[in-house]
Ligand binder design. Structure first.
Ligand SMILES: Cc1cc2nc3c(=O)[nH]c(=O)nc-3n(C[C@H](O)[C@H](O)[C@H](O)COP(=O)(O)OP(=O)(O)OC[C@H]3O[C@@H](n4cnc5c(N)ncnc54)[C@H](O)[C@@H]3O)c2cc1C
Length: 447
């Protein structure tokens, strides 16, 4: 991937970092390059979208409660045409204070802005709901929609810190997804995923699911902002969870400037880019992932330094031996990075601290790769679905089946090993087929 970070990705990344809530261009990417929309008023909490109010199946709905009734009216069924883009997200809990969405004239993306009362009257029932909008969610949507199951997707409103489209909206070139020999910008790729979902009739709501009850059929879902209501906003016979994960970061001084401009959380995704070739690189972490990433990076780097906070590796013996015996790897124990420095465009060096003596020193490094773990977006499902010790949804090996019949999990939310777009898409396909089969068996008359 090219680390020539564009203004667009910068803004997206700023949004993801959680520090900057001003999204100018990418909010468009929110629903990406589809239709354009401008929220006329200052909408307050994003509420439920009522698909039944807006039955156009080739559409996306965003429902808001506006403080200005005149704009509510104007917003209703607005066809986006503006080319300006700006949005301010006031909080990670998806309270939208001001937003405008920029545009293109894609006929497939007609977004609707309608007003709903704060509490839904009747839940909207679907055969299958998809929560999440990364490669896993969209692949599931394409398969389910083509099977005529009329899937409804909640793509999230900065859910888990990501714009709709997921993690790939925070990166520039994706070079390892088959079918794009020249590579493709992450946001553009997710635009295409979304267009394809819509093309076959997926209804997409730009909202976050804030609460679920998976204990009985039909499954109950509450859109963010309506969790306090006794009645769910939505019900479904089957649910596909594709809420993804996020890499743990250190939030070092300089990290925001050099994120994706030298700092990364994925060696397999980013290691091959030219800025890392024959350059000293650093990996933070002492587990198996750190060891794997460091060894992988030796193909490109002049040397790889592994920064380990403690005085020993957590990695398995085999991986630790591989690492320690590699001629291009040096493991620096009791060492943590405390600052990332560069020329304003690219990372050039790291300030390291000895965790015992607290002494600091500067080391040349053109890359810093975090391998300190990921956080799966599963807080919503705790206590209902079986999760592993790291919070990932447990699925029956070789399938996307969870411990609850009718609930399936796909993508990074259930995969701590591969964490790639193509593997997420692959499990999204599996979840759709598993869900379809399950619906056929349990709701044959509705099929
Ligand atoms: C910077 C970066 C670069 C990468 N580069 C590459 C690469 O080059 N090649 C590659 O193969 N992989 C790459 N990856 C990894 C790849 O992005 C992930 O493996 C993939 O996106 C996972 O897809 P997913 O569908 O599981 O979920 P995600 O992409 O994580 O998407 C999940 C979506 O679900 C939404 N969501 C979460 N909770 C809710 C909720 N409660 N309600 C509604 N929506 C919700 C989130 O907002 C998000 O939009 C990269 C990752 C990062 C961070």
């Amino acid at each position: 991937m090219s680390f020539a970070t564009s203004a667009l990705s910068r803004i997206r990344l700023a949004a993801v970092s959680g520090r900057t809530r001003l999204l100018s261009t990418p909010w468009n990417r929110l629903p990406y390059s589809g239709g354009a929309a401008t929220f006329g008023a200052i909408p307050s909490v994003i509420h439920s979208a009522a698909a039944k109010e807006e039955p156009n199946r080739d559409s996306t709905t965003v429902t808001s409660t506006s403080t200005d009734p005149s704009t509510d009216h104007k917003d209703k069924k607005r066809r986006m045409s503006s080319s300006s883009t700006s949005a301010i997200i006031a909080s990670a809990s998806a309270i939208l204070t001001t937003a405008s969405i920029a545009s293109s004239s894609s006929p497939t993306d007609t977004r609707h802005f309608s007003t709903m009362p704060p509490v839904a009257q009747e839940p909207h029932h679907s055969k299958v709901v998809i929560i999440g909008s990364g490669p896993a969610g969209h692949t599931a949507a394409v398969y389910l929609a083509r099977a005529n199951l009329k899937p409804v997707m909640f793509e999230g409103m900065m859910a888990n810190g990501f714009a709709p489209g997921g993690q790939l909206t925070t990166t520039t070139d994706v070079e390892n997804y088959p079918g794009f020999p020249e590579g493709i910008m992450g946001g553009e790729m997710m635009d295409k995923f979304r267009e394809q979902s819509i093309r076959f009739g997926t209804v997409i709501h730009t909202e976050t699911i804030g609460k679920v009850d998976l204990t009985s059929q039909p499954f109950k879902l509450w859109r963010e902002g309506q969790e306090g209501s006794e009645h769910p906003t939505d019900t479904a016979n089957s649910v596909i969870i594709a809420t993804g994960a996020s890499a743990k970061r250190m939030n070092l001084p300089g990290e925001e400037t050099y994120w994706q401009a030298g700092i990364s959380a994925c060696a397999v995704c980013d290691g091959a880019v030219p800025i890392f070739r024959n350059k000293p690189l650093a990996v933070v972490g002492g587990g198996d992932s750190a060891a794997e990433e460091a060894v992988y990076l030796t193909k490109y780097a002049s040397h790889v330094y592994v920064l380990v906070r403690r005085d020993k590796l957590r990695a398995s013996k085999v991986m630790a031996n591989r690492l320690l015996s590699h001629p291009k790897v040096t493991v620096l124990f009791n060492t943590v990075p405390v600052e990332a420095k560069g020329d304003g465009k690219l990372l050039k060096s790291l300030v390291l601290q000895d965790t015992v003596t607290k002494e600091t020193r500067t080391m040349d490094a053109n890359g810093l790769f975090y391998a300190i773990g990921h956080i799966p977006a599963t807080s919503l499902f705790k206590g209902q679905l079986d999760l592993d010790e790291d919070g990932y949804i447990k699925t029956i090996p070789g399938s996307t089946l969870t411990n609850i019949p009718g609930v399936f999990a796909a993508g990074d939310v259930q995969d701590k090993r591969y964490r790639q777009a193509v593997t997420s898409a692959g499990t999204g396909c599996m979840a759709a087929l598993d869900s379809e089969r399950w619906l056929e068996e349990h709701y044959p008359d509705q099929h």
